[in-house]
Design a protein around this ligand. Structure first.
Ligand code: BGC
Length: 772
């Protein structure tokens, strides 16, 4: 093949039809040649780039429509504290397009329509080397920042399903919807391990257990990237936030994390390591500092661990505006240029977001404070991603694709299936559920007819695409049942005396009441939201007067079913002690209302389990199940020393018993393995799914270890009165930990294996395994 040496095809490309760009081999430069490997193309391209163009690749900006919307909502001062809106005072859209043409921008985020995505790419094609843009978006549970997308249940819901196949399937579909709308990169999975449920972002995580978080993260990455993300229906994923946002001081987003290196390595690193092993191509640094060092300026995290220990081949993106915060918030450097120096020197590769990055990079190289080789190390994986995603060969989206892909019937079915498997039945006294022999149902509560079921990271979705709880009940109830709905508005913060009095009255004439309460995670409802990004709470009770509403309904003396829509645990002991049933629906997505109604009527048998424990009160935090042996040696004087609900817990309309727990061998070598098997029997007449859980405990260890640690789970379907044997392979790596010398390995001695239906001791059978 003969390559030409002159300037490339940019001018010609720009004038060619958007969707087909035939080029003759003789006109190609090596990096434009599809027949070369992506790596060869990167090497060729980077050798042609100026420093300015390289710095441009490291610079991300928010999309033009996003800017327009933000400008209409915020002042420049508010922008600095906003993590949801972005714009650049003094820079107009036309200025940004000119920068794209000069290769001064390599990436955009939050471009929410195809027309804009194609327009941006068209300008990128006019640049000297014709380098396409990579467009990122927070497609956290579906591409939900785009109107008309399928909104899958949020990650805390997904984790409750303990169903990795569904998580992977929804991620494959999310990738398709993203590509059909012009995005190539999603800032997910969030593999933060949550230890403080006051944090507003619990809903976008997989909960409190490192093992479950890791497995869910891996399934997400596998679905999104599908091996090496080569092609046009895959996207790159992003492991975030490295590291520790789920345990920030006081539960406030961005606040410091202060933990031992042992805790970091034992609990917070493993999900990142596992998603890296699964190929996740980007990592986002955390807003927070870790033990005094801001993550964005941590060579330990971004270079020594990520690149040194874990061989991460991809690139690190900053979190929103965090580079400048090295100076303005953390105060570890006196100037913005020093902040850019510190972060890039530490291992950060792409700035989210704005104009204050490329300039300082160029100056820092010219001054000799950063080497061009360091810049190349950032730019290479960014270009590699663009090549593998096929952007050099066609950066445009076919505008007709969106209508075929967004919210199509297959995606709808997946979202519904996930919702059905992610709703946890927490309480069901006297089998009040499933509903039977009822004629009159009273329904009320601020979340009964609200879109709060969509969770955070969703923008407003068309009414027709969202089934609220009320609509689900209307669909599923049939016409023999009368639903008496009292509309108390859609704001969990606002309930009036009149509404509460009216609810008390109407509940009296019903056979049963359903009260739908909880939180509001909607990022487009600035005034109303009570959870989500940057919405921490100091209390974990029901917000405002919601408990009063439930008490008033309860006083009618009829059975009360409470449905919770929430992205974080709600600590409300009165509910556990008084109402008849509690359905923890989390944030069940587009079809949440249908799934909840099907569960209430028994058309679907609940099967989900808690991915996070629910503390008795906010004062009981830290409430994790995998606590150390001495944690509860002493008691509180003013409150029960217990959780309201434990990790792994969830009821079913079936009853399951566990028996015949056995091991194929009682002892293994450090390179051996054993199989632990249990018989699970559905002792009821109702078919159902059970999530069988395996926990381990090291009976004696040099360094204290948690009383139990999840090391396996399997979802099994059991027909009425059916039994199945369920096995787990136990390998030494599942038993390993960091010993006194901080070496990873398994100690000789006895381990207790626990198998059962939740992390509660009373739900577990135990057996001993010896490691020689
Ligand atoms: C969040 C990230 C998110 C980014 C872009 C930040 O405020 O912390 O998780 O990916 O915004 O929206």
């Amino acid at each position: 093949m003969k390559y030409k040496n002159a300037l490339p095809l940019t001018a010609a490309l720009a004038s060619l039809s958007m969707l087909c760009m035939p080029v003759v081999a003789a006109d190609l430069l090596p990096y434009q040649d599809k027949n070369l490997s992506a790596e060869e193309r990167v090497d060729d391209l980077i050798s042609r780039m100026t420093l300015r163009e390289k710095a441009g690749q490291m610079s991300q900006f928010v999309g033009l429509e996003h800017i327009k919307e933000s400008e209409s909502k915020l002042t420049a001062e508010q922008l600095n504290s906003s993590d949801a809106h972005g714009f650049y005072p003094g820079l107009r859209p036309a200025d940004l397009l000119a920068m794209v043409e000069k290769s001064e921008i390599g990436s955009f985020l939050h471009v929410v329509n195809i027309e804009e995505a194609n327009e941006l790419q068209k300008h990128a094609m006019k640049s000297r080397l014709g380098i396409p843009l990579i467009i990122g978006i927070d497609a956290i549970h579906g591409n939900a920042l785009v109107r008309g997308a399928t909104v899958y249940p949020s990650p805390i819901s997904a984790a409750s399903s303990f169903n990795l196949d569904l998580v992977k399937k929804s991620s494959v579909e999310t990738a398709k919807e993203m590509r059909a709308n012009g995005s190539h990169w999603t800032f997910t999975p969030n593999v933060d391990v949550v230890r403080d449920p006051r944090w507003g972002r619990v809903g976008e995580t997989f909960g409190e257990d490192p093992f479950l978080v890791a497995k869910m993260g891996v399934a997400t990455v596998e679905g999104l990237q599908q091996t090496d993300f080569t092609g046009y229906d895959k996207v790159i994923a992003n492991a975030k936030h490295f590291v520790g946002g789920g345990d920030s001081i006081n539960g406030l987003n961005i606040a410091p994390l202060d933990v031992s290196e042992r805790t970091l390595r034992q609990d917070y690193f493993p999900p990142f390591k596992e998603v890296l092993d699964a190929g996740v191509f980007t990592v986002m640094a955390a807003h927070n500092e870790v033990n005094g060092v801001p993550s964005h300026g941590s060579k330990f995290l971004l270079t020594d661990v990520l690149r040194g220990e874990w061989d991460f081949p991809g690139f690190v993106v900053s979190d929103w505006l965090d580079v400048d915060r090295l100076k303005t918030l953390h105060k570890v450097v006196p100037t913005h240029k020093d902040a850019v120096h510190l972060t890039v020197d530490s291992g950060m590769d792409m700035n989210m977001h704005g104009p204050q990055f490329a300039g300082p990079i160029i100056e820092l190289v010219e001054e000799g404070r950063l080497t061009e080789a360091r810049i190349d190390a950032s730019v290479k994986p960014i270009l590699l991603a663009k090549f593998r995603l096929g952007l050099f060969d066609n950066p445009y989206v076919d505008e007709t694709l969106r209508d075929k892909v967004n919210f199509n019937s297959e995606h709808q079915q997946t979202a519904l299936a996930m919702a059905r498997e992610s709703i946890v039945l927490l309480k069901n006294d006297n089998n009040v559920l499933p509903l039977k022999n009822v004629k009159n149902i009273f329904v009320t509560g601020p979340n009964a007819d609200a879109h709060t079921t969509l969770g955070d990271w969703s923008l407003e979705q068309p009414e027709d695409n969202v089934t609220t709880i009320l609509e689900g009940l209307q669909q599923v109830s049939g016409n023999k049942i009368k639903l008496d709905y009292l509309d108390v508005g859609k704001q969990v913060k606002v309930l009036s005396d009149e509404q509460i009095t009216e609810a008390a009255k109407r509940a009296k004439s019903a056979d049963v009441s359903i009260v739908v309460v909880g939180e509001n995670p909607l990022r487009f409802d600035n005034e109303g939201k009570t959870s989500g990004e940057n919405v921490a709470r100091a209390e974990l009770d029901l917000y405002g007067r919601q408990l009063e509403l439930i008490k008033a309904v309860h006083a009618a003396g009829k059975p009360v079913i409470v449905v919770l829509i929430n992205g974080r645990p709600i600590s409300e002991p009165w509910l556990s002690e008084n109402v008849d049933a509690i359905v923890e629906a989390w944030e069940p997505g587009s079809f949440g209302g249908q799934a909840v109604a099907e569960i209430l009527y028994g058309k679907v048998n609940p099967s989900a389990k808690m991915p996070i424990s629910v503390p008795y009160s906010v004062g009981h935090i830290q409430s994790i199940y995998n606590h150390k042996p001495s944690t509860y040696f002493k008691r509180y004087v003013d409150s029960p020393t217990k959780n309201l609900y434990e990790f792994g817990f969830g009821l079913s309309y079936s009853t399951f018993t566990y028996s015949e727990l056995s091991l194929d061998k009682n002892s293994i070598n450090k390179d051996g393995s054993a199989t632990v098997t249990v018989k699970v029997t559905n002792t009821s007449d109702v078919a159902g799914d059970e999530v069988v859980q395996l926990y381990i405990n090291d009976n004696y260890s040099q360094v204290t270890r948690p009383v139990k640690e999840l090391k396996g789970f399997k979802r099994v379907s059991l027909g009425a009165n059916e039994s199945k044997k369920v096995s787990f392979t136990v390998t030494p790596d599942l038993l390993a930990y960091y010993n006194l010398a901080m070496q990873w390995g398994v100690e000789s001695g006895d381990f207790t294996l626990m198998v059962g239906s939740s992390s509660r001791d009373s739900d577990l059978k135990t057996i001993q395994l010896n490691v020689k």
